[in-house]
Design a protein around this ligand. Structure first.
Ligand SMILES: Nc1ncnc2c1ncn2[C@@H]1O[C@H](COP(=O)(O)OP(=O)(O)OP(=O)(O)O)[C@@H](O)[C@H]1O
Ligand SMILES: [Mg+2]
Length: 162
């Protein structure tokens, strides 16, 4: 997998089901770029899967996204982001701070996603993976929402920009 080279100050939104490889991709980039709900759920409850902590994790994420975009720092959202309303909130923040918004779509086949999920330490219930995979938007949908560039992880030759 080739990591993308992105212009400074970009908001990069990863979009993909659990197990599709978002965090593995994010690990190609500097650690401070990464904003991740799992991390904040874990900090709040000792358990990254504890969904009762999602509201507080989302608040922490919003604070960090604003703090970083205000300073023109590239920021990478490592969450599923399969719901349009979640992406709308992120796009609104990028617009507010006048930063480019880019999406990376993890259009990994369901079978591959399920197999990757099964093989790792933190296994998400397969039904959840299936449901979220079915919600994956098309690249055209992401463009119409306002993402200036949409990369598909399935593309063999990932373009390099910036
Ligand atoms: N391109 C790849 N080829 C093969 N295995 C991969 C690839 N990308 C990720 N994996 C493996 O798949 C598993 C899931 O990857 P990862 O944890 O990055 O998914 P994720 O999208 O971040 O999931 P979650 O939303 O639950 O955090 C890991 O064990 C990882 O090593
Ligand atoms: Mg992850």
């Amino acid at each position: 997998m080739l990591p993308l080279t992105l212009p400074g100050g970009t908001l990069i939104t990863l979009v993909g089901a659990p197990g599709s490889g978002k965090s593995t991709f994010a690990a190609h980039y500097p650690g401070p770029w990464r904003v991740c709900l799992d991390t904040y759920r874990q900090l709040a409850t000792n358990d990254e899967s504890n969904q009762t902590a999602t509201p507080v994790a989302a608040q922490i994420q919003d604070l960090l996204v604003d703090a970083r975009l205000a300073r023109g720092l590239t920021t990478l959202i490592d969450s599923t982001n399969v719901y349009a309303h979640t992406r709308a909130g992120l796009l609104a923040r990028a617009r507010y701070w006048q930063r480019p918004a880019v999406a990376v779509l993890f259009d990994v086949p369901l079978d591959t996603t399920l197999a990757q999920n099964r093989a790792r330490a933190r296994v998400v219930p397969p039904d959840v993976v299936r449901d979220l995979h079915h919600l994956l938007p098309a690249p055209e949908q992401l463009k119409s929402e306002g993402f200036e560039t949409v990369y598909r992880i399935s593309d063999v030759a990932l373009p390099t920009i910036g």
